[in-house]
Design a protein around this ligand. Structure first.
Ligand code: ADP
Ligand code: MG
Length: 245
């Protein structure tokens, strides 16, 4: 896709659970600095692909390369150090901690050596991540006091405080209303303008059209097609597999 360099390359990736071929021979290149998207019906293997990219599931076969480094054999704990950060399909925040403290957890994960960073004044990268995601004003609030959409932004802040080269977002707008979805799309495009490469998994086709530079369509663990978002969505095979038309 495109002519730029690749931030991540996936070659012939397969993840089989017994007889279930959750991912079954996927080859993808994610462009540096862009927002790539994956669409596909429930059960088509999108979350399994993300789990494979973060080394949280065993690969049946395949090669993964990030920033020029092969990493399909590294331990999951080394993935953040390779510059890959993620958010989860369901919100995972610590309710008893403030927004700032939740974001600082991501900062602490970045480097054990920095774990003794001062707790009173926020470390510079934490303050910066809060600023970039528009959370400075609610930094001392608890997540439970905030809207679902704002909680999602806290998760994105917690991921980008690691200064990743690639951010993986698995259904970040699940359970959101239309206004909150527009907000997340705008935040992703802002982060792209700041140079952050992203991979978005999402059901909302309009959000994908509004947000992504490049789309991949999956069905039954395989890649159906890829290309410009409008072309992919209009593809008859995608319409049939994904949109049921
Ligand atoms: P999607 O995210 O596209 O909805 P998933 O990656 O969650 O799809 O699931 C793909 C397929 O793999 C489904 O058939 C699912 O039931 C199966 N699957 C996912 N995770 C596991 C697992 N840990 N063990 C067994 N089967 C799994
Ligand atoms: Mg999923």
């Amino acid at each position: 896709p495109g002519t730029g360099t690749a931030v991540l390359e996936i070659r012939d990736l397969a993840v089989h659970y017994g007889g279930v071929k959750a991912v079954d021979g996927i080859t993808m290149t994610l462009a540096e600095g862009g927002i790539s998207g994956i669409i596909g019906p429930n059960g088509s293997g999108k979350s399994t692909l993300v789990a494979a990219l973060t080394r949280l599931t065993r690969l049946t076969r395949g090669e993964l390369t990030v920033g020029g480094t092969r990493y399909e054999r590294v331990r999951p704990g080394r993935v953040p150090g390779l510059g890959i950060a993620r958010t989860f399909q369901t919100v995972r925040l610590l309710g008893d901690l403030s927004v700032a403290a939740n974001v600082q957890l991501g900062y602490d994960a970045r480097s054990r050596a920095e774990r003794r960073a001062p707790l009173r004044g926020l470390p510079g990268p934490v303050a910066e991540a809060l600023e970039r995601t528009g959370l400075t004003d609610v930094a001392r609030a608890r997540p439970s006091e905030l809207s679902y959409g704002t909680q999602r932004r806290v998760e994105i802040a917690r991921a980008i405080v690691m200064d990743p080269r690639l951010l993986l977002l698995d259904e970040p707008t699940a359970g959101m209303n239309a206004a909150e979805r527009v907000e997340i799309s705008a935040l992703m495009r802002q982060l792209r303008s700041e140079g952050l490469s992203q991979l978005l998994i999402e059901h909302d086709v309009q959000m994908m059209l509004d947000t992504c530079d490049h789309l991949f369509a999956m069905a039954q663990g395989r890649l159906l097609t890829e290309g410009r978002p409008a072309d992919v969505v209009a593809d008859p095979r995608v319409q049939e597999a994904y949109l049921g038309k």
